[in-house]
Design a protein around this ligand. Structure first.
Ligand code: SF4
Length: 299
């Protein structure tokens, strides 16, 4: 347990007492409604899915094989480890119902998998799918992670998300009613957002019936529209120093109520893809600096 806030391990250990669990990222080959024209084209301005796909995860491999590769990667150190299949790449509820069901159930049929986490957009959770997930969740651990990114519609428009905060509120409300745990993904430092706007988003998110908040700094990744806008200096994009970002995270910890776990504060894209910010810190190094800052504030 992190000393100053509930973290993802706390959340998991309440549901799986005494069990060590590892998420395995799966790329099930979905597309995204913001790329294929269903909602928009071109995708969100910051998005390059290569930035968060580990090497063992390729959409060309069946789900079971991706899980086996992940287990080979993580299982050497902890043979007793069990796993959660994390459908992360693109929009993992965007497809024919039968295909979605087959993919989720293939993951759950793996003998070492105890549950699934489904990453998706808040405007992409049809009622029929939610009703099915509700039934699935009676037998297995099922969590949905919604990419909300911010509560400010003007920012969502600027980054071409093609949904608004109202979609997030609706999706979270319906999913919570179905009894399914919810993670909310937010990005800190989106173009045009001040600290006050970010903290307003955290407060709005915290008032929703969610279980997890997952955060990371805006990263400018090669090959994205954001990178082009940044290089052409089309609008200001804030560059946090490590100290400024730590200060912001401390203020976030003050706001997030204790029943919501904070899964993470930073993300680390591959060096070859990352333009900015280049802090040169691994995630665990950042977390250690943050915990020291939180301890100083407390004392
Ligand atoms: S961030 Fe998600 S919703 Fe946006 S383009 Fe990428 S995959 Fe699609």
């Amino acid at each position: 347990m992190a000393d100053f806030y509930r973290d993802f391990s706390d959340f998991l250990s309440e549901r799986f007492p005494g069990q060590k669990l590892q998420k395995i990222t799966i790329n099930a080959g979905f597309s995204c409604p913001n790329r294929d024209g269903t909602k928009g084209r071109g995708g969100c301005s910051y998005c390059n899915n290569e930035a968060f796909n580990p090497s063992f995860c390729s959409s060309e491999m069946p789900v079971t094989q991706q899980i086996d590769e992940g287990i080979r990667f993580f299982g050497r150190k902890y043979p007793q480890m069990r796993y959660l299949a994390y459908f992360q790449a693109y929009t993992n509820t965007h497809g024919e119902f039968d295909r979605l069901r087959a993919i989720y159930e293939e993951a759950l049929a793996h003998p070492l998998v105890d549950g699934i986490i489904i990453g998706t957009r808040p405007d992409c959770m049809p009622d029929t799918l939610l009703a099915y997930l509700r039934l699935l969740a009676e037998k297995h651990f099922v969590m949905v992670e919604y990419g909300a990114e911010t509560s400010h519609d003007a920012t969502l428009d600027l980054i071409n998300r093609c949904h608004h905060w109202g979609d997030t509120v609706d999706a979270v409300t319906h999913t919570a009613r179905a009894g399914i745990p919810i993670g909310l993904h937010l990005i800190l430092g989106l173009p045009g957002e001040t600290d006050d706007m970010i903290l307003q988003t955290i407060a709005r998110a915290s008032s929703l019936p969610i279980d997890i908040i997952k955060l990371h700094q805006l990263q400018i990744i090669r090959g994205t529209r954001l990178a082009k806008d940044f290089e052409e200096n089309r609008y200001p994009i804030r560059q946090f120093s490590v100290d400024e970002y730590i200060d912001l995270c401390c203020r976030i910890v003050d706001i997030v109520p204790s029943h919501i776990a904070i899964e993470r504060f930073v993300s680390q894209s591959p060096d070859s893809l990352l333009i900015a910010p280049r802090w040169g810190l691994k995630n665990y190094q950042f977390t250690s600096l943050l915990h020291k800052a939180l301890a100083r504030r407390k004392s």
